[in-house]
Design a binder for this molecule. Structure first.
Ligand code: BGC
Length: 941
């Protein structure tokens, strides 16, 4: 009231009426995104969703309303005219996924937008900086372009390795250019060039999908690359996932929906300054050749490049292409479904210098990058034209210092480069990626008629290029224990190494498949580390595309069902668990809507096959708790008894997925389904207990894994839980204090140890340095997480090369435990997307401090605790418009202070109404410094 009176008086005094909108001095709207992406081009979602973040230096800050303007030109936006949409002032605290509600958007439409928000007191923020997006080609008819290829590309399943296809044409632009955008795709992989410049920095496009269902296209702004006069557009086609052998798809006919046949499609829209438009499309006017320098390229095997065949200037105008052939129109691709690539493209995200260069045998040079990474190399090569260099990539060395490649199985990971000139040349392969720490470089002596000495590399000739699907990294972690810091670095690097269009199991051997069980276990860790929303939304479409008509999910996606049964417990369940986690972390309800029916069909399939509610039939490929303790080769280690009985694991996942389906149904308002599945979850739990759980809390098999699953999925009655937890801990004795768990249960065991009062046991497992433990991997110099607990053991050597990756994220799922309990950050299921969250760090394991920051969809969250003498201090940041429950490790609520004062003195902090346990507080947005007495870690109950 006072505020209104004051502004009225002020307005009268200054002779102004009505008073001007008074911008909040504090609230700011920033980081505008459309469909999770910053200024995306080519969006094919008809009603895209808009999101922003808020910043404020004031505690308890909230958004009470917003207004969005969308205009078809930036000037209109400056004048506050939403020519496409003016949402008006909407009373709402929504800052994510606001659905565009303006004039229907046509293909190619350009949209500029800005937002202002009203704060807790009803004061408006300034307008945000403007952002933009552009629409893609929404319907197939909008392309008005033909798929083209080299005439030989039309052959079905042509025997490889095949040289790259090169395509080009020239065209004239008659007037100055206002702006130009190109829409483009190709099969297997394409790279686009305009007037001698590569277009964009995306690698390995279009990425991996079930190509018969959808092929991704890209859109680029190419205004700067065009000029009036003669222009040239050119493309190279390689093979990639579509065109070569891919793991799990052994039959060539089944392997590639289009028989591995290449094609290229493009539409270039140019707006000229005189107001006219010009369009250049792929059609019969293009020319093609397969006589260029890329003689072969394979994701698994690397690239063969012969620089003597290079055609300088072929991507620019005035190139003599008279010897090239007219293109063929690729009719076989005519019906292809082209959709926008919604997730971040694969690109080079880091450059990495080698730490040493050794010569284990004369003429063989081995670079050590000091880090197991994924991407490829750029190398400077000296020597006369014809000088040949071979780069072989490996994760480990043999004892004699040569590279160890047996674990790559059929993947040779070898790039070969032949110099085309006598100058120093720089080579970087295109249509491939490798998993490696070591690069063996061999220069070959060449003596056709003149002796040429072999190339001798120098350490600074080579640089490692880290390439991955470029989902943003959103967190930082550090604590007082270097071992945990190292483990978290290993986990981060492993994640960087396994995001190549799909979440892969490994990046080096002839596999690299979207194994569902691995991402299912790892998904929450993945989301703590990167913004996975767009990447996983794309992959969940791949999962739906590979679902069988009977509801069975695949084991990996994309997948061809010709060879694999699919429907494996814990693997297929990723189809339910991963979308739910995406919803938890990013609040993506539209994804749930798109996915719900698919998830429902899966759990109904399992139910139909197992009407007695124990999942004992149709257990898919029986991977069970893969790589559990029974698979270890270690002296005095029990060789059986660690593996959870398959029906126990399967039924636990059946229950868990059913419970999640009930929650999804509730969010989506399918009340009847929600009730049915809730009920079914309860019944499966009863059946599980009746069949597998004894009164004393033992679970059939008496395995650590079985207890971890039953506890984690809340299958046990309250009185049985502590008993089961005791049995879980008792089982360490049999394994000399170690875990005996595999990829589905190791992190779940850690989480349940802490949840059931055995936090120090969890810390102890983290501190072990013997097999099986994370510490053992680190002791062996691991810089990424291994597939197997005993991938390499000194004295014994490497595990079976048939399956021994050193870059596998599944066992890295322990990162979730570090985030939840060391940093203490926990999303709240009831208020997803960090609208509310819990900060509950649990000191232990001798740690004296830890800090983590996480950039949520609502802004930055921080938790930084340290023990200073007999005080425990915790600094917490909660983003505007969000709230948190902060729980301190003290039973003595009266001694807790915030900013050095009593809790009662801080209006933004109140005792948490729903918590009885410890000193827990409901905290509004802002940064706070809590402190409480510290008398050492709590005893294990
Ligand atoms: C993969 C695993 C995967 C498993 C299925 C392996 O080859 O690398 O990580 O989940 O197969 O059991």
């Amino acid at each position: 009231m006072l505020r209104i009176v004051t502004s009225l008086i002020a307005a009268l005094l200054w002779g102004l009426w009505p008073p001007p909108a008074h911008a909040s001095a504090d609230l700011r709207v920033r980081e505008l995104r459309c469909e999770y992406r910053t200024k995306p081009l080519g969006v094919d979602v008809r009603e895209p969703r808009l999101s922003w973040k808020l910043s404020s230096s004031v505690r308890g800050q909230r958004q009470t309303a917003y207004r969005i303007l969308v205009a078809d030109n930036p000037a209109a936006l400056d004048d506050e005219r939403g020519t496409l949409w003016d949402s008006g002032k909407v009373a709402s605290d929504q800052t994510i996924h606001v659905v565009y509600g303006g004039t229907p958007l046509k293909s190619g439409a350009r949209c500029w937008w800005k937002v202002r928000a009203w704060d807790a007191h009803g004061e408006p923020s300034p307008w945000s900086a403007p952002a933009s997006w552009s629409m893609g080609l929404i319907g197939p008819a909008d392309w008005q372009a033909a798929w083209i290829a080299h005439a030989r590309d039309a052959q079905i399943n042509e025997a490889g390795p095949l040289p790259a296809t090169m395509l080009r044409r020239e065209f004239s632009v008659t007037a100055p250019i206002e702006q130009a955008r190109v829409y483009v795709s190709g099969l297997g992989l394409y790279e686009l060039h305009l007037n001698g410049h590569r277009v964009g920095d995306a690698l390995l496009t279009p990425e991996f999908t079930s190509y018969d269902r959808r092929i991704l296209y890209q859109c680029y702004d190419v205004t700067e690359l065009l000029a009036t006069g003669v222009n040239a557009v050119a493309a190279i086609l390689g093979d990639g996932w579509h065109g070569e052998y891919f793991f799990g798809m052994p039959l060539r006919q089944h392997q590639r929906p289009f028989g591995g046949r290449r094609g290229f499609i493009m539409r270039l829209d140019i707006e000229l300054a005189d107001g006219t438009r010009q369009t250049v499309v792929t059609n019969g006017d293009w020319k093609a050749t397969r006589n260029g320098p890329i003689r072969a390229a394979s994701l698994y095997d690397g690239e063969q490049y012969d620089g003597r065949l290079a055609m300088p200037g072929w991507t620019a105008a005035d190139f003599d292409d008279r010897l090239w052939q007219p293109v063929a129109v690729a009719e076989y691709l005519a019906g292809a479904n082209l959709v926008w690539q919604r997730h971040e493209p694969i690109r080079v995200t880091q450059e990495w210098q080698p730490i040493s260069l050794a010569q284990p045998t004369p003429g063989m040079h081995v670079f050590d990058l000091g880090q197991n990474l994924v991407g490829r190399c750029r190398i400077k090569v000296r020597g006369l034209a014809g000088t040949k260099v071979r780069l072989r990539h490996a994760e480990r060395l043999n004892e004699d210092g040569t590279i160890y490649t047996a674990n790559l199985r059929g993947a040779t990971q070898t790039d070969t480069f032949i110099k085309g000139t006598n100058e120093e040349e720089v080579y970087e392969p295109r249509f491939t990626y490798h998993g490696f720490r070591y690069v063996e470089v061999t220069g070959e002596e060449h003596k056709p008629w003149l002796y040429m000495p072999a190339y001798q590399p120098r350490q600074d000739d080579l640089v490692g290029l880290v390439a991955r699907s470029a989902a943003p990294e959103v967190s930082e972690f550090e604590c007082s224990d270097e071992r945990i810091n190292h483990l978290m670095k290993m986990i981060s690097w492993t994640q960087r190494g396994n995001m190549h269009s799909i979440p892969t199991d490994c990046p080096q051997r002839d596999e690299r498949a979207g194994w569902m069980g691995d991402i299912q276990a790892y998904s929450q860790t993945a989301m703590f580390h990167m913004d996975m929303a767009a990447f996983l939304a794309k992959w969940l479409q791949d999962v739906r595309d590979s679902q069988m008509p009977d509801g069975r999910y695949p084991n990996f996606a994309p997948m061809d069902h010709a060879r694999w049964k699919g429907g494996t417990p814990a693997w297929a369940d990723a189809g339910v668990i991963v979308p739910w986690r995406v919803y938890q972390n990013y609040g993506d309800q539209r994804l749930l809507e798109e996915h719900y029916d698919s998830a429902r069909r899966w759990i109904d399939f399992v139910h139909a096959k197992n009407p007695n509610l124990l999942w004992e039939r149709d257990l898919g490929n029986k991977f069970n708790d893969w790589l559990n303790g029974d698979t270890l080769e270690k002296e005095n280690w029990p060789d059986s008894g660690a593996e959870v009985p398959p029906q126990v694991l399967a039924t636990a996942f059946f229950a868990h997925s059913t419970e999640i389906a009930a929650k999804m149904a509730a969010v989506l308002g399918h009340d009847q389904d929600a009730e049915t599945y809730r009920q079914r979850f309860a019944e499966i739990s009863v059946a599980f207990n009746d069949a597998y759980v004894s009164e004393d809390g033992t679970i059939r098999g008496d395995t650590q894994a079985g207890y971890a699953l039953a506890l984690r999925f809340n299958l046990l009655p309250a009185e049985i839980r502590p008993l089961a937890a005791q049995h879980m801990v008792r089982q360490f004795e049999r394994y000399d204090g170690h875990m005996s768990t595999g990829i589905q249960t190791s992190h779940r065991l850690m989480l349940e140890l802490t949840r059931n009062g055995y936090h120090d046991h969890a810390h102890r497992l983290l501190q072990l340095k013997t097999v099986p433990s994370w510490g053992f991997m680190a002791e062996q110099g691991a810089t990424t997480v291994w597939e197997r607990w005993d991938g390499y053991v000194p004295g014994r050597g490497f595990q079976s090369p048939r399956m021994n990756s050193f870059n596998h994220w599944a066992l890295g799922s322990v990162g979730e435990w570090v985030w939840r309990h060391v940093v203490g950050l926990n999303p709240d299921e009831a208020q997803p997307s960090y609208k509310h969250f819990v900060i509950e760090p649990r000191p232990g394991g001798g740690l004296t401090w830890a800090r983590g920051s996480y950039d949520s969809v609502r802004g930055r969250i921080e938790s930084h605790w340290r023990i200073e003498g007999n005080r425990f201090r915790l600094r917490v940041s909660v983003p505007p418009n969000a709230t948190a429950t902060v729980s301190l490790p003290s039973e003595d609520a009266h001694s807790v202070t915030v900013d050095g004062k009593a809790i009662a003195d801080c209006p933004n902090v109140k005792p948490a109404p729903d918590r009885e346990d410890r000193s827990a507080y409901a905290v509004q947005s802002g940064t706070y410094e809590f402190a409480c007495p510290w008398a050492g870690p709590r005893k294990v109950e």
